[in-house]
Design a protein around this ligand. Structure first.
Ligand SMILES: [Zn+2]
Length: 304
């Protein structure tokens, strides 16, 4: 089979679909705002409309990476946050298959990003990878021998809920205080900046202000990066990966401080495990979703 396949990325803000060729390159990409407030059927309709426009040039199943925890066997959403109201319980695989007339394979969006990076991005030369995605929240995925380790409930890789020094006064997306996501994420940057200044801005604005020389914003970003880097160094000892990849919209801001803390904290036996920025940007999820569609057994060694 040489024809491209379609990968879909369903997020709380944007939904994208892309035609991805057999080398992992995006040939065509379409994107709309996710109609999250209109409910799951509207979200599925929007994703199906985007994908349908690309299906004529594509072959085989369609792959999906979506926000939320996905039941690996059924493609049903086990749990999703309020970024997609009502998404919990949605049978995404069956509902999209009915709309598209093709088989549909579904995984978590961070898992898809990890598959994409290991196929065609910053992890392409590596079999064992830890990827963390620093966006509004903080997610992770563990790739072993080219496959994502999903765990018992499709939720492995939740690095955001590790305890983190300095997060004691900050609340995580899960509702508890003290977790890494409460510091090392876009919402964490915004919360820490608010505590220091009383000013309510987005995490992106905090990162922009830090880059422009704002001292308070710079300290907030450095603390977040340092917490992330130290946690990743410990996780390297637990997981023994070939590489650690940092993806997501806040990755660039956090990487300098994260790299320094990571290098300082990494146990000597793992001193050669690199910490790298992810390479595929906003295409990582559609590329990984396409990879999932091509081969439910994920990535074979012959591809490297
Ligand atoms: Zn948490």
């Amino acid at each position: 089979m040489t024809a491209p396949v379609v990968g879909i990325d369903i997020g709380g803000t944007k939904t994208a679909a892309a035609l991805v060729d057999r080398g992992g390159r995006v040939r065509e990409r379409r994107e709309v705002r996710t109609p999250a407030r209109s409910g799951p059927d509207a979200v599925l309709d929007a994703a199906a409309r985007l994908a349908a426009g690309l299906l004529g040039a594509a072959t085989g199943p369609v792959g999906v990476g979506t926000a939320g925890t996905v039941e690996p066997a059924t493609g049903v959403i086990r749990y999703a946050t309020d970024s997609l109201p009502g998404w919990t319980g949605t049978p995404v695989a069956d509902a999209l298959a009915a709309r598209l007339g093709r088989p549909v394979r579904v995984t978590n969006d961070v898992y898809a990003a990890a598959l994409g990076e290991c196929w065609a991005g910053a992890g392409r030369d590596r079999a064992h990878v830890l990827l963390v995605a620093v966006g509004t929240g903080l997610g992770g995925a563990v790739v072993r021998d080219g496959r994502v380790e999903a765990g018992a409930r499709g939720a492995a890789g939740g690095v955001g809920h590790l305890p983190a020094p300095g997060a004691e006064r900050l609340r995580c997306g899960c509702g508890r205080p003290g977790h890494l996501e409460a510091v090392a994420s876009g919402s964490g940057l915004a919360a820490a900046y608010f505590l220091e200044t009383g000013t309510q801005v987005t995490g992106r604005t905090v990162a922009d202000r830090a880059a422009a020389g704002d001292g308070v914003a710079g300290r907030v970003v450095d603390r977040a990066g340092a917490a992330l880097g130290a946690a990743l160094a410990g996780l390297v000892a637990l997981l023994d990966p070939d590489a650690v990849l940092v993806a997501g919209g806040a990755a660039g801001a956090l990487l300098p401080a994260a790299s320094a803390a990571y290098a300082a904290e990494l146990p000597a036996g793992w001193a050669d495990v690199p910490l790298r920025p992810a390479a595929l940007g906003t295409d990582a999820v559609v590329v990984g979703a396409a990879r999932l569609a091509m081969d439910s057994h994920d990535i074979e060694r012959t591809d490297r």
